[in-house]
Design a protein around this ligand. Structure first.
Ligand SMILES: *[C@@H]1O[C@H](CO)[C@@H](O)[C@H](O)[C@H]1NC(C)=O
Length: 378
């Protein structure tokens, strides 16, 4: 590794000390909804319902939300509670919109959940997880001939968007996504791989911290999952070991049905040109991110003025580009294209765009590349 990258690399290790699959926004979550709050008016002003009656407009939004995401509540009390949470989330989306003007923030399928509920249900425990101390560092690649736009979806290396459900298993989806791409590069075949195998069978621990281990719906780390996959012999197909969204089942790994094998994996330095070069050469990359703006993200390029670099979500970097992006701040580069695991109804058909240039939301901090064993050597 070139010495000028070393301090950046070390700082990336320090940042990656707390990792879970969470979307939390405690700092930005407001108190009780106030009907005269100017922020809610902003959200509903462009609605066809009279902008003067915020409660009616929020009600209208809630009706649309329930229909769109098929929500129903067991009792009137539950319904009323969810409506008050929904209103607080409208205000939060409005704050996010101000902080992140190049993206669109609003109602998502998570709009009736408090940040705490979201964290507990979709994410996992607050465990300290670090990169394995023996993580290999990716070789420095040439960056002079990088294309200005690149998208692995155009090259057949990205499987359809999946949905982790109410389980903090984002780390397993990030892992399968990277290996699906690497396996495609090695074999020419795109095979969807099993997250459930990782959720059920991967209990790999950090060699430095013995109680920091991959643990199903309670969280994990992509590098540990690559280590497990290397040791266990590989991952089965999605269809042979389908996703259930729970971690209460026994491990059903059948080594005779392995569909993709890890040859090696390594950590990419905190340098956006190196990240781009590794992406283009090796396939989609497993990355961690702070997901605070993702709970309200609807579309566009997310480029918030302020975003924590505390990593709490694992996703897949599949490309980068500039099409359709009018940078508000000229120093910002175009965006990364990120595949998420919250289904196709979230974001831009399941994808997220976040601007490059400033390690926004920590997206450059913990990047891993994996190589698959080619079919000839299986
Ligand atoms: C990783 O494995 C691939 C495929 O076998 C190989 O081409 C590459 O040289 C390996 N990289 C490292 C750093 O060992």
């Amino acid at each position: 590794m070139a010495s000028r990258f070393l301090p950046l690399f070390l700082s990336s290790l320090l940042i990656a000390t707390s990792f879970r699959c969470s979307v939390a926004d405690a700092s930005l979550d407001g108190g009780a909804f106030g009907s005269d709050d100017p922020l809610i008016r902003q959200v509903v002003d462009h609605d066809e319902v009279s902008g003067d009656n915020e409660l009616l407009s929020a009600d209208h939004h809630f009706t649309i939300f329930k229909r769109k995401f098929g929500k129903s509540y067991a009792s009137q009390e539950e319904h009323d509670h969810r409506f008050s949470v929904f209103k607080a989330n409208l205000r939060r989306a409005s704050r996010h919109q101000k902080l992140d003007p190049s993206a669109v923030h609003g109602v998502t399928q998570f709009s009736d959940l408090t940040p705490r509920e979201f964290r507990n249900r979709f994410l996992g425990i607050n465990r300290r997880l670090r990169l394995p101390s023996d993580a290999h560092k990716a070789p420095i690649l040439p960056t002079n001939d990088l294309p200005t736009d690149f998208d692995w979806r155009d090259h057949g290396a990205v499987a359809p968007v999946k949905n982790q459900g109410s389980c903090g298993s984002c780390w397993s989806f990030s892992t399968t996504g990277a290996l699906e791409g690497a396996n495609y590069l090695a074999t020419g075949k795109l095979v969807s791989l099993s997250e459930q195998q990782l959720v059920d069978c991967d209990h790999e621990c950090d060699p430095e911290e013995k109680d920091s281990c991959d643990s199903g719906c309670s969280g994990g780390l992509m590098n540990s999952a690559f280590e497990y996959t290397l040791k266990s012999g590989g991952l089965m197909r999605e269809e042979d070991y389908p996703y259930t969204g729970t971690d209460r089942g026994a491990c059903k790994f059948d080594k005779s049905k392995v569909a993709a094998k890890v040859a090696n994996f390594s950590v990419v330095s905190l340098d956006e040109d190196q990240i781009a070069a590794n992406l283009v050469k090796n396939g989609p990359l497993a990355v961690a991110i702070n997901a605070v703006f993702m709970q309200t993200y609807v579309g566009g390029v997310s480029c918030p003025y302020i975003c924590s670099k505390r990593l709490d979500h694992g996703v897949l970097l599949v490309g980068y580009g500039e099409a359709g992006y009018a940078p508000i701040r000229l120093k910002d580069k175009p965006y990364w294209i990120i595949k998420n695991s919250w289904g196709e109804s979230w974001g831009e058909n399941g994808f997220y765009k976040i601007c490059r240039g400033r390690n926004i939301c920590g997206v450059d901090s913990m990047v891993s590349t994996v190589a698959a064993v080619s079919s000839g050597s299986k």
